[in-house]
Ligand binder design. Structure first.
Ligand code: ADP
Length: 495
């Protein structure tokens, strides 16, 4: 058989995954491994970069084995990754200097507050499309340079390299040959000008980051070097990279202005394609690069919610209310209609549109009748209300407001949740047949970069519907529930 398959590496927040796709985007074999989360202090979240690389390696081998194919059958490799998480390593040895600081980590809230006080938020927003929140990589990298012994001097003398997880994996996959990232990942760092598509000297100087630490920024589909031959026994070109949410938008074929996808994994991230136009949000959403092909960026408006599936994981692992995440479906269904408990899952602060790193979670409105089922339902509801927050902001930010939500991620097998999502947002919710859209998007981008597909338009016809969920809730009920949600959120806000 001639090489016609694509290996997609999907390095997520809680697990590493690899999937082999055929040229029609059909999964042929996959492998997934969970890895350790480190929470050294309140609001701090770290990963072991070495473990991220090792689990990725094992997943590549596992996926190939599961597909029944060999490395000779692979035409190209694509990478997608948890975004904003930052690694700092030694160029000579590839050894990380510290654990990776994860996107959820809030340790740089004081630095962000200081930069805000210095009046820098408008500049940051105009250049990067982002806000001054610890979520983004730039302040995390500054923290590493300031807090790891000797790091700053070594960074200035050129000993060190930095990058988001795509860059870290690429460095390892190519045996240290390629230090690069793509425009979607760069657009999440707080250091990249999304209009000029280059690292921004003013922001680098504000954050005190030496330019030489940073990777070369390339198109999302193109030449990223070669997978070294000792890994799978055969050299394979690497041709696609995108951050996980942007890859999911491609995997969902949201390639026209007005198309929207919403992914429900650890967090929830909604991206609305705005085409060649890069609108500035007036409602605290982000402007970001959806993908860049042939040097031309396609932009998106993004709403980022930090806690979605991780609230269900919390119900399972910490609150002991579930034995499995999937149990939430039947329990929510059985909850009493008379209960009005709300959960505000601000475990790691609040993201869009509130941007409040100091907020923490709360249960509000409980009575003696509120039980396990009601708390589980309130948790799932909170993810729907947060989506509604984003949809309202998007509706006023864009001249093409969303009408349909294309959903994916670990939570979407839950039918009750998707029906509730349709009811509480008032939008139709469409679930595709392939819900591994993140990996699929990386595979498509690699396929485009390798010339297997001519353009993103060619992938549109591959998208297939599994099931639609139509809203059935009355508009006045939706409005009064949403008002109650907003007052629950008001109770946990610190700014
Ligand atoms: P990530 O890629 O961010 O690591 P996934 O897309 O794999 O995450 O989604 C995993 C999340 O989905 C977990 O946080 C889990 O709690 C949640 N989850 C999994 N199955 C269900 C379900 N049936 N109902 C609700 N939540 C679920």
């Amino acid at each position: 058989m001639s090489a016609s398959h694509i290996l997609a590496l999907d390095q997520g927040t809680t697990s590493s995954r690899a999937i082999v796709f055929n040229a029609d985007g059909v999964p042929k074999g996959s492998h997934q491994i969970e890895f350790e989360q480190f929470y050294p202090h309140d609001g701090w979240v770290e990963h072991d970069a070495g473990e991220i690389w090792q689990t990725t390696l094992t997943c590549m081998l596992g996926a190939l084995k599961a597909s029944g194919l060999t490395a000779q059958d692979l035409q190209t490799v694509g990478i997608t990754n948890q975004r904003e998480t930052i690694v700092l390593w030694e160029r000579a040895t590839g050894r990380p200097l510290h654990r990776a600081i994860v996107w959820q980590d809030r340790r740089t809230a004081p630095l962000c507050a200081r930069l805000k006080q210095d009046g820098l938020e408008a500049t940051v927003q105009a250049k990067t499309g982002l806000l001054l929140d610890p979520y983004f990589s730039g302040t995390k990298l500054a923290w590493l340079l300031d807090n790891v012994d000797g790091a700053r001097a070594r960074a200035e003398s050129g000993d060190l390299a930095a990058g988001t997880i795509d860059t870290w994996l690429l460095w390892n996959l190519t045996g240290g040959d390629v230090h690069a990232t793509d425009a979607t990942n760069a657009s999440r760092t707080l250091m990249f000008n999304i209009h000029s598509q280059s690292w921004d000297e003013e922001l680098l100087s504000v954050l005190n980051i030496p330019r030489g630490l940073l990777p070369n920024v390339r198109d999302s589909a193109g030449d990223y070097g070669t997978l070294r031959s000792d890994i799978l026994g055969h050299e394979i070109p690497i041709n696609g990279i995108a951050g996980d949410q942007q890859a999911a938008a491609v995997g969902q074929a949201c390639v026209e202005p007005g198309m929207l996808k919403s992914t429900y994994g650890t967090g929830c991230f909604a991206l609305l394609n705005t085409g060649a136009n890069c609108p500035a949000s007036k409602n605290n959403l982000l402007s970001t690069v959806a993908y860049r092909l042939g040097g031309r960026p396609t932009y998106a408006i993004e709403g980022s919610i930090f806690v979605a599936g991780s609230a269900v994981k919390w119900l399972r692992d910490k609150a002991g209310l579930l034995s499995a995440a999937s149990e939430s479906e039947a329990l929510a269904q059985s909850a009493s209609d008379n209960d009005n408990a709300f959960v505000v899952p601000a475990f790691t602060g609040l993201g869009a549109p509130y941007w409040d790193p100091g907020a923490r979670g709360a249960f509000v409105g409980m009575t003696l009748d509120t039980g396990r089922a009601e708390l589980v339902r309130a948790t799932l509801d909170s993810i729907c209300y947060q989506t509604q927050d984003l949809m309202q902001a998007m509706a006023t930010d864009s001249d093409k407001p969303p009408t349909v939500l294309r959903v994916d991620g670990g939570m979407v097998p839950n039918n009750w949740f998707l029906q509730r999502l349709a009811d509480l947002t008032g939008l139709r919710v469409d679930r595709p047949q392939v819900t591994e859209t993140t990996a699929l998007g990386a595979a498509y981008l690699a396929g485009i970069g390798r010339g297997m597909f001519g353009s993103v338009d060619e992938i549109k016809s591959n998208w297939a519907l599994d099931r639609s969920f139509e809203p059935t809730m009355q508009a006045d009920e939706r409005a009064s529930r949403y008002a109650a949600w907003r007052s629950a959120v008001a109770r946990v806000r610190t700014q």
